[in-house]
Design a protein around this ligand. Structure first.
Ligand SMILES: Cc1ncc(C[n+]2csc(CCOP(=O)(O)OP(=O)(O)O)c2C)c(N)n1
Ligand SMILES: [Mg+2]
Length: 803
């Protein structure tokens, strides 16, 4: 912006003002045409940034290379103003084009106006994040962008204050980056908003959050959303005061172009320079086209409000301002607006052709196979069906790939089995199907996990080393001393959580390490699981290696939304272009009572696919998983067995170096009668039961699956069943929970059912949560006697004469 800062009268460069006006018009036209595309059936759903154009143009002027965005679905103008998005891509998103080269933000996997900028190269190495404008990838759940925003801002604090990180010059410019966020007024009602704002104030991080206040969350006005109907009013308690660091609050009107330019210039300067969190409350914002293509706002806005929105349309107001300030004439503005309209229309046409052409080429190839067939089926009904399906397919004006596949698969059913010619036709058609189906499948089904050389699945295992003198120590010491090695080995490693810093964790697994490595690396946080995770996600996106501590597995429930919606989908929803290798450390399974001994593993594994789940049986295994995970680049959760910190284990000699492979179960005792499959804390109990069973002449092969996701990549369990012919799946989750998952993996996916001589069984905890005290545990969860009885009865059923 060419403004004279020292003058009370701002001077504006005509070229820049006209370019801004053009962009605002272009964006508005895109919204209008985009809406029409949905209403005429060319696209499925649309949500647009109309009414928010000028705010975003003003904000974008302060966004520098290295900065980060965490925003929401209204931000199309912002992305265009930063040069990260254009009008053709706008339509690629709307149509759901899966070509990653032209629709890079999501490869067609998410709604339109969900953006991202890659943080990794195609080979998985980190990009130079300081030489690009960065955008984390948007999610649809309202306020879901907030926890991550905190982490993006927190990274700047670490990069600035921890001098050892200054050498990572491609990750950060010594922490001078601002994390910009955006949120709608109604979404500030979410807990995520408040947790994030509070944490940002506590942490004092360069977070610049804009609230676009258009007065509504879909149809619900802000009187139902916000106390006093004003987010800036209610935030005043957070405000910065001398000697009491807080947040800064700026206000502007969404139609006031010069006012917003000034506000953002001032606010972002302080935010960047002093690492001060800032909230920009932009009031008087309009939404001329209504919330989304799912309805019209005339249903809930009064005539008066609609009239006001027309009068205060930001583009109209900007035009009035330009004319009154004599920056440009009405004719010039008309010309600029006209050009913008043409660009929007042409972009639509171009993107539509780019979307349709490959589908039509695919269709034509299919139709050619069918129509050039030389055979004629003797069954006339079938012959007619093939012609009908092909004819119908040809008539579809705007085909999608589904049309092609539905037709091809139905045609295939109707080709008869009577002659060699029909066989050839079938083969050709099957070839078409295989090729194209695989291609379409790749478009939608790849990149749930890291498929690049940096995948943790490529990390080679290293066994723990022991000598004659290896001491037996409480398990927590193995973790602590292993962490010590890791913190000296990886300068980018940090950990944070409740009680993690000063006392070194509730189980003392980080004892003394804050003193040694400093508060910036081993850090206490408030009780705020959602933003602890978000903090981790943001850091991980910026190349730091965070281990976010969730004090107990039971409390991961607070963060499950962000874990499931954000972390678990990051790689998938960006079609493999972004990665957030956050490690979550928590502890669970057996302890005491309903909220400290849960093992809701099925909730976890079924809601966080995309994140690896490690369930070590002891602390040596837990340490081994951290060592492995830090050598790869994938998000993962490690659930330490809560009752194992004081139990003694042998201290490995190669701390920080031994690594446990993910997805490889370990056979703990060999046996011939039955395979017992379990994980985590039940391994010890199972081992005790196996001893008791051995004494009664039953030989059990005990297997620790080690990681639930990935699960048994080497078919260790099926190979065991080949030997024993019997399997019992055991854990302390609910009936039908993780044991059912394991059963499906082993019997269905890996084909274990082929080798069974007895019906497979599961043994789990009761349906209710575990009760308090040792007796509560005994009667709530499977114990050694239950396991003994379950195995014994399986054997008795199989060989009644022996038992
Ligand atoms: C957690 C969640 N609840 C509900 C929705 C459905 N929803 C989508 S947008 C929206 C309104 C958001 O309003 P606001 O934050 O003011 O943003 P605006 O759309 O007005 O810009 C709602 C309720 C959602 N996406 N996520
Ligand atoms: Mg709103």
């Amino acid at each position: 912006m060419n403004q004279n800062k020292n003058s009370s009268v701002q001077r504006f460069d005509k070229k820049i003002v006209l370019a801004d006006f053009r962009l605002a018009n272009l964006s508005r036209n895109l919204s209008i045409i985009g809406r029409r595309e949905v209403l005429t059936g060319k696209a499925k759903f649309g949500i647009f940034g109309d009414g928010k154009e000028i705010i975003q143009i003003a904000m974008a002027k302060q966004f520098r290379d290295g900065d980060w965005r965490s925003g929401y679905y209204r931000d199309q103008t912002w992305m265009m103003a930063m040069g990260l998005y254009d009008s053709v891509e706008f339509f690629h998103q709307l149509y759901g084009n899966t070509d990653r080269t032209i629709n890079p933000g999501s490869g067609g996997r998410v709604f339109n106006n969900h953006f991202s900028v890659p943080n990794i190269n195609p080979d998985g190495t980190w990009r130079d994040l300081t030489k690009q404008k960065n955008s984390s990838s948007d999610i649809s759940p309202t306020a879901g962008q907030m926890p991550r925003l905190l982490g993006l801002a927190y990274a700047s604090k670490l990069f600035r204050q921890n001098k050892e990180l200054h050498k990572f010059t491609t990750l950060s410019l010594k922490g001078n980056e601002v994390a910009f966020g955006s949120i709608g007024d109604a979404s500030t009602s979410e807990g995520h908003f408040w947790e994030t704002v509070n944490a940002a104030g506590v942490l004092q991080v360069p977070m610049a959050l804009s609230v676009y206040d258009d007065g509504y969350g879909i149809s619900v006005p802000k009187i139902y959303q916000t106390t006093k109907s004003s987010i800036s009013d209610v935030l005043t308690g957070f405000e910065d005061e001398p000697g009491k660091p807080g947040i800064l609050i700026f206000k502007a009107k969404g139609w006031d172009y010069p006012g917003m330019l000034k506000m953002y210039e001032e606010g972002i300067e302080i935010c960047r320079r002093d690492h001060k969190p800032v909230v920009f409350h932009i009031d008087d914002v309009t939404q001329p086209l209504g919330h989304s293509t799912s309805g019209s706002h005339e249903r809930y806005k009064s005539e008066e409000r609609l009239k006001w929105e027309e009068d205060f349309d930001p583009i109209k107001k900007m035009r009035e301002w330009i004319i009154s300030e004599k920056v440009a004439s009405p004719e010039e503005l008309d010309r600029v607006a006209g050009e913008a309209e043409i660009e929007a229309k042409e972009s639509r046409k171009k993107a539509w052709e780019m979307f349709q052409n490959p589908i039509k080429i695919e269709r034509d190839a299919l139709v050619k196979i069918i129509n050039s067939r030389t055979c004629k089926c003797i069954e006339e009904i079938k012959e007619a069906a093939v012609d009908d399906i092909t004819g119908d397919l040809n008539k579809v004006l705007s085909p999608i790939r589904k049309d092609n596949f539905v037709a091809a698969r139905k045609i295939l059913r109707n080709i008869c089995n009577t002659c060699a010619k029909a066989d050839n036709l079938k083969e050709e058609l099957q070839g078409w199907l295989n090729r194209n189906y695989q291609d379409a499948g790749n478009s939608y089904n790849r990149f749930l996990y890291n498929e690049m050389p940096t995948s943790v699945l490529n990390v080679k295992p290293v066994p723990p080393e022991y000598s004659e003198n290896s001491p037996m120590v409480p398990g927590r010491q193995i973790l602590r001393d292993n962490y010590d090695k890791l913190f000296s080995k990886y300068p980018l490693l940090v950990t944070f959580g409740e009680d993690t810093g000063n006392i070194g964790g509730v189980n003392q697994t980080l004892e003394g390490l804050q003193k040694k490595y400093g508060e910036l690396r081993i850090t206490d946080t408030g009780i705020r699981e959602t933003t602890i995770l978000g903090q981790g996600i943001g850091l991980a996106l910026r190349g730091i290696r965070p281990i976010a501590e969730i004090q107990y597995l039971d409390y991961l429930m607070y963060a499950i939304q962000i874990l499931s919606d954000d972390l678990a989908t990051t790689h998938y929803r960006t079609a493999g272009r972004m990665i957030a290798p956050l490690i979550i450390s928590t502890r669970g399974h057996r302890l005491e009572g309903i909220w400290h001994s849960g093992s809701p593993m099925s909730m976890l594994i079924n809601s966080v696919r995309g994140v690896y789940v490690c369930s070590p049986r002891d602390m040596t295994r837990a340490a081994g998983f951290y060592n492995t995970l830090l050598e790869g680049n994938d998000p993962a959760i490690v659930i330490e067995p809560l009752n194992g910190y004081r139990l003694k284990e042998m201290m490995p000699g190669n701390l920080g170096e031994f690594r446990i492979e993910l997805g490889v179960p370990e056979i703990l005792s060999e046996g011939t009668d039955l395979t017992l499959v379990t994980y985590g804390s039940t391994v010890r109990i199972a081992a005790e039961a196996v001893k008791q069973l051995t004494a009664h002449g039953i030989s059990v092969e005990l297997i620790d699956v080690q990681t639930l996701v990935p699960f048994d990549r080497k078919r260790v369990i099926v190979n065991s069943i080949k030997k024993t012919g019997r399997v019992l799946f055991l854990d302390e989750d609910v009936p039908g929970g993780t044991t059912a998952y394991m059963m499906q993996e082993v019997l269905e996916k890996n084909g274990g059912w082929n080798f069974l001589d007895s019906p497979p069984k599961t043994l789990t905890a009761k349906e209710h949560r575990p009760a308090y005290t040792t007796d509560g545990d005994y009667f709530s969860k499977p114990n050694a006697e239950d396991i003994f009885d379950a195995v014994y009865s399986m054997m008795k059923e199989a060989v009644p004469e022996r038992y």
